[in-house]
Design a protein around this ligand. Sequence first.
Ligand SMILES: [Fe+2]
Ligand SMILES: [Fe+2]
Length: 148
Amino acid sequence: MKAGSRTVRILKKLFSLEVMAVQIYRTQVGAMVDAEERSIMVAAMENEDYHRQTLRALLKARGVAPSPGWPFFWLMGQTLGRTTSFFGRKTVLKSGIAFEDKASREYAGFIKEGDFTDQERAFLNEFLEDERRHSANWRGLLEGSDNE
Ligand SMILES: [Fe+2]
Ligand SMILES: [Fe+2]
């Protein structure tokens, strides 16, 4: 039972983090300089929203609701996104790298820690790869090299 509740806590935490991620990118799109960069950021935002929706479904499948604190993460995402946007494209990209690297570390740690079903584990591994790709994309843009 302990292991189960720990696993649910992890899924709730990841859901809240993904709520924040969507709002960060939603509010940062305007800070990107050209159409290609904006479309990369919109794609990242949609990818985070897919993570958010999938985690919501995984929680539902376990019969639990998201943490009641999730609106705080929505607000944090909006605040972080707007603040970094105010400082411009470079700050947006640097904070994106930091945020995605942190997300990757959290996913990697949680994947080891939780007592997940095979399906849950498969999704979390997929999301971890997505977060690593997001980070690599921002690094690529920051270096002015071609993204991919
Ligand atoms: Fe994500
Ligand atoms: Fe991400």
